[in-house]
Design a protein around this ligand. Sequence first.
Ligand code: ADP
Ligand code: MG
Length: 267
Amino acid sequence: MAELVIEDLVVTFGTGRTAFNAVDRVSLTVPRGSVVGLVGESGSGKSTLARVVAGMQTASGGTVMLGGQDLLATRGRDRRKRATDVQMIFQDPFSSLNPRMTVGETLDEALATHGSASAKSRAASVRELLELVRLKSGVVDQYPAHMSGGMRQRVAIARCLAVRPRLIVADEITSALDASVQGAVLNLLRDLQRELELSVLFITHNLAVVRYIADRTAVMRRGAVVEEGESDTIVREPRHPYTQELVAAIPRIENAGTDRLLRTIGA
Ligand code: ADP
Ligand code: MG
């Protein structure tokens, strides 16, 4: 059973002679309870695709189905419901967390949005969420500015889980973190994914990372998917020349940081 089915998605930017397809007839499926990786260099259209799925960007063509419902056709109340059905986690949690809200307030707000009844039951849920993302209960009173990048990303993950989304779209969520912390956040997400059977579209420019976290991977280049398959096969036996280039670049990406990441995650 597929959670997300994208067919022939097109996103055109600009008009006339300057028009170009940032997303060019992409088809992609995320089976329920699995992680699908989307990999490609900067500018290949990954975030644009993610933004369409999250309802932040209009499409020029194609269909996006979530849990059997046509996302591009949803209106009004359905649109608000859809806002919780798809949760995005971004590269920089500092910009997606409200600096004036404590961790507790942030999670409480997300739970209230999801319709979680009393303040007392929400407080219990906040504690459970912090446990899920392996944060100490004491962080409820902390503000984002006083936390490390890795802690902030854990809070962003907890907030995302609070609304029980059908689909999580993670866009370069470890790219801004130190290599040692990247491994820990990836481990956490992979554990949670298995524990809670989450459906995840995991976007990164780093093939080593998708190999670790994603069951299947699609390789995107200039708006189009050039190769798709099991993540392990894609990395070990890349068929498309572009994928071969990406694989060859793995040890060089981000210099010393990646070498440590590769060791951390055993890639
Ligand atoms: P990626 O996430 O893979 O780095 P993006 O989806 O951010 O790629 O961008 C794909 C292409 O679309 C890039 O050439 C980018 O400059 C362009 N682009 C992204 N957003 C817009 C926009 N709102 N208007 C015009 N061009 C855009
Ligand atoms: Mg991007």
